[in-house]
Write a protein that binds this ligand. Sequence first.
Ligand SMILES: Cc1ncc(COP(=O)(O)O)c(C=O)c1O
Length: 436
Amino acid sequence: MKLDRIVNTAKSQVLVEEARRYSPGGLHSHIRRELPFGLAFKRAEGAYLWDADGNKYIDYNAAFAATLLGHCHPAVDSKVIESIHRMDLVGLGTNETEIALARKIVQHVPCAEMAAITNTGSEATHHCIRLSRAVTGRMKIIKFQGHYHGWHDYVLMNTLSPADRIGTKHPQSGGMLPAAIDNTTVLKFNDLEAVEKCLRTEEYACVILEPIAHNMGSVKMTDEFAHGLRRLCTETGTILVYDEVISGFRHGLGGYQKIIGITPDLTPLSKAMANGYVTAVMCGKAELMKNLTVGGGTVYFSGTHNAHPIGNVAAVATIEALEDGEVYRHLYALGDHIRAGFQEIANRLGIPMRVVGYGSIFVPLFIDPELGEPLCYDDLMSCDMEKDKAFRLAMVKRGIMLYPLAFRRNCLMAAHTYEDVDLTLEIAEEVLRGLR
Ligand SMILES: Cc1ncc(COP(=O)(O)O)c(C=O)c1O
């Protein structure tokens, strides 16, 4: 009865065509192109989206993990509205909104002795890497296959690579600077031996990683790797950068670093921190952060829109909404519920699946569960990606927004209810039966 619920997308198609007249592909971010049939959205509220034809979706894309509380959250929006009547962007000196946000970051995030506010996750990772190069005087960096750190030349390599590009340099844009590609070494996640071999050369400025790799099916670090990496970075004078653009504030007030009890040297943050409003932070040890030009050092840190009051106010309001822990209790319990629900359905239907994830993130991997928990990108190559995509696509057509890309993370928001999740599981069972 719920099959192919999204049958009418005529109004979306009109808007999609119009968008294409004015913008390449009618889209404004590479990743948005995966939606199979063009969709235009008219409304977002709480856990739901409505497209131009009035079709309603339960949203698990959550603006690529940015909306943690739910869309158009009243506590955040009201603070933003109040603030824009008072002050917009001044672009000079300082103000209370940016002090309040930096104070919150320093209060909550273990590595954050100081915080500098910018706009996007990509800017924050760029600044962390340039700062690392400046303070170490070294040019090489390490990233891991499957991890994503933004669109700039330093890191736009080896994210979702096809199997035949694993182990080779896989730059993902035309026009990238060869020197940037040459100086980025890509290693296998959780391979401590490979990291040690590189770091012992003492040629590396930093290691940047997602401490829980949500851009490749939520792969976790082993304890041995996590502690070994921290130790090796300290021993070789290499800066350890935990990119918590997704995990920061989504998993807890202190990010994933607080949960695992390992403190990196620098951390970029964005997304959930402001419930989807535009802002990002680079934070870390004061002795490093003071090297930014704003602190009297040599590492240029600038941006007309940096620390825009709207982002600052939204972030502080979001963090305040998280401080009593209630949102996290709900998200962790609901996360366990949906992961267990998917696993139970797959087991009962005899579909090879391992449901992974953490806290508010769930990823049903179409993989033989006997193979054990995936530890690196190579391990994901045995997933049935066609089936994964077909499953997600069928879910979207039934009003469940699971972004239709294999092993893409799905995100719960505080606004999701047990009823939403149970309906999602019911529809998932129908779809999985059909795919069997
Ligand atoms: C872990 C991680 N780092 C950095 C970024 C880049 O952030 P932005 O898209 O805001 O530039 C992303 C975006 O998805 C991300 O997932």
